[in-house]
Design a protein around this ligand. Sequence first.
Ligand SMILES: Cc1ncc(COP(=O)(O)OP(=O)(O)O)c(N)n1
Ligand SMILES: Cc1ncsc1CCOP(=O)(O)O
Ligand SMILES: [Mg+2]
Length: 217
Amino acid sequence: MNSPWPQRGLYAITPDDTDTLRLVARVETVLVAGAQWLQYRNKAANPHLRREQALALLPICRRHGVPLIVNDDWRLAAQIGADGAHLGEDDGELAAARAAMGDRALIGASCYDRFDLARAAAATGASYIAFGAFFASPTKPNARRATPELLQQSAILRLPRVAIGGITPDNARSLVAAGADLLAVISGVFDAPDPAAAVRAYLSCFDEARSEEFPNE
Ligand SMILES: Cc1ncc(COP(=O)(O)OP(=O)(O)O)c(N)n1
Ligand SMILES: Cc1ncsc1CCOP(=O)(O)O
Ligand SMILES: [Mg+2]
């Protein structure tokens, strides 16, 4: 199905900030700067705060035309009318999420370092497949590690490929060159001294990759 959302760019993921007003302000900065997708992820929040924060982020995402994807909890995503959910191996069945959220929902699947998981997710109706961590992640230091070849290999699945884990503006180009459509980033954006400048730096990696592909444009 054709998606109304951009299929390439920066997929910003929120940090564990328990101050809702501050989180909203930080996200606003990042969306104004041009991030294309937002995932609400907060491992430090209880269910009540998660609902409050996801609800607070929804109107900002709407205003910027950015999809809001809720991490881990497709039921919360469905309850608040978010645009999608991101599911890892411990986050329930993708098929159940798809059945409950409908065809238009953006439902992403963590595939870590495994092509077989990506193939299964594609067959079950995932909207995108996510691989990583590609580099040492300050947010999730023990995350499994993947290699860029997996991005190349999974082109055959014809779904947007998301790369995550320790991605900086300096190391992102290798992932875009290997086929990453979206760069999923937490600390490189939200812990940067100037988050708006960091967003622009990530986006420039796509421009450069495109001008290498099409040098005369
Ligand atoms: C875009 C994206 N990719 C991978 C993940 C990781 O999901 P998961 O393995 O469930 O780990 P947690 O994020 O829940 O710690 C993600 N959230 N987003
Ligand atoms: C959720 C997740 N899954 C693999 S690495 C990671 C964290 C990504 O955060 P950062 O961009 O700070 O490395
Ligand atoms: Mg998860």
